[in-house]
Ligand binder design. Structure first.
Ligand SMILES: Nc1ncnc2c1ncn2[C@@H]1O[C@H](COP(=O)(O)OP(=O)(O)OP(=O)(O)O)[C@@H](O)[C@H]1O
Length: 397
């Protein structure tokens, strides 16, 4: 079988590439804001905000900077916390502890006690940590502005008692709305150091894809035109108002899917037809890592919504009740005890909040008022496959 990949991992979302085209400036700015902290650890407390749309490279730039910082000093650690996963102060503190190799008890302690343990241990180990809080608005939305205020002041009272600054903070978000919710003193303590990440143009996406392709694919497996074709649909375009344009994750995902299709079909190179099919099958707003993090029964309920919509191809919406029936059938199939009606409403509310589904109340034509559910912008087949894979993996079936 002809080979397409030489290092498939270079097309996975977690991979940190050797070069980050078009983010050199942002990396340089991060290095500059942290240079005092890195040259003389503990002498200052840098706080930097990264903002930009999804897929504009905030996470990967922050991680790359973290690797650079750790190379400069063996006393410095970089810690990357997903606030999508950790939505409370105590879970953020525990995650920081885990990443710093500090044993923090799972339960039985207040957040103040957890905070104190963390600060004491950091001092005892004599380390300095750069903490990046990714998707920080989830923390503020779920736990209120006070939780973030506490993190922004991390260790400041220790400094007033003679210790050094032990932390630097990077806050990552799509916009600055999280900052407006903070109280005045946290806002002023946070300051105004903002690095912006603009959505990528077609040319920029092309160069990003080229670097990735060189790392991931056999030279003969692709033409640059294939990458241009992907850049055309993924780069921003003034004429097309589309939320997903300018998103490097979307572009890289298409390249991976097209390469995989070429491999599965036994082709010796990626053809335009593979790209077309890959575009059709690529999830746009939804990320598979976010799917994976939903509670098991919320995933099964989402799969039920997907299946109900697939069974009704002429209708963009299905009533809640249809999805509920489908959910019960799926539970039977998976040998799982179905959750109660009220719990399913909770799931629906959450799925809507996270942008996985859209809901509306039925118009007059229908009898009574029912809640209708739709998934307007994702390919159902791909969602179906992805969810089944994740659920079956989790259930070990
Ligand atoms: N300049 C770049 N060069 C190479 N790869 C990039 C670049 N920018 C982004 N990527 C890749 O695109 C994907 C998405 O980037 P990243 O996760 O950093 O975006 P983000 O802005 O943090 O998005 P989100 O807000 O959705 O988390 C990752 O796989 C990342 O490696």
């Amino acid at each position: 079988m002809p080979r397409i990949f030489k290092n498939e991992a270079a097309l996975t979302p977690e991979y940190i590439p050797g070069k980050l085209p078009h983010r050199e400036e942002q990396l340089k700015q991060l290095e500059a804001y942290f240079s005092g902290f890195l040259e003389n650890p503990g002498s200052m407390y840098p706080k930097v905000i990264l903002i930009g749309r999804p897929g504009s490279g905030k996470t990967v730039t922050s991680r790359k900077f973290g690797n650079h910082a750790m190379k400069l000093s063996n006393m410095v650690r970089y810690v990357h916390v997903s606030c999508f996963l950790n939505r409370t102060l105590s879970s953020v503190l525990k995650d920081i502890g885990v990443q710093l190799n500090i044993a923090i008890p799972k339960r039985g302690y207040s957040t103040e006690e957890l905070l104190k343990m963390l600060l004491d241990m950091v001092r005892e180990k004599n380390i300095y940590a750069i903490v990046a809080l990714d998707d920080v608005f989830h923390l503020v939305n779920n736990s209120g502005p006070h939780a973030l205020g506490t993190l922004i002041r991390l260790g400041e009272e220790y400094v007033s008692r003679g210790d050094k600054y032990r932390f630097g903070i990077i806050l990552i978000s799509q916009d600055l709305s999280f900052r407006d919710q903070l109280d005045r003193s946290s806002q002023s303590s946070l300051g105004n150091t903002v690095i912006r990440f603009e959505p990528y143009t077609k040319d920029q996406i092309f160069e990003i894809l080229l670097v990735r392709a060189q790392e991931a694919l056999i030279d003969d497996a692709y033409d640059e035109e294939i990458l241009e074709m992907i850049a055309d649909v993924a780069g921003i375009d003034e004429k097309v108002l589309d939320d997903h344009r300018g998103d490097a994750r979307y572009a890289i995902d298409i390249l991976w899917r097209a390469s995989k299709l070429a491999e599965i079909k036994g082709a010796d190179r990626i053809l335009p037809e593979h790209v077309r099919e890959a575009i059709k099958n690529t999830l746009r707003g939804i990320r598979s890592d976010e799917l994976r993090m939903l509670p098991l029964h919320e995933k099964i309920f989402l799969l039920a919504i997907v299946k109900s919509l697939m069974k009704n191809p002429n209708s963009p919406y299905i009533p809640f009740g249809i999805a509920e029936d489908e959910y019960k059938m799926l539970c039977e199939q998976y040998n799982e005890e179905p959750r109660k009606h009220t719990q399913l409403w909770e799931y629906l509310r959450d799925l809507n909040l996270k942008g996985f589904v859209e809901t509306r109340t039925s118009s007059k034509g229908m009898r009574g008022r029912t809640t209708l559910v739709s998934i307007p912008s994702e390919p159902l087949m791909t969602l179906d496959e992805e969810l089944r894979r994740i659920i079956e993996g989790e259930l070990g079936t």
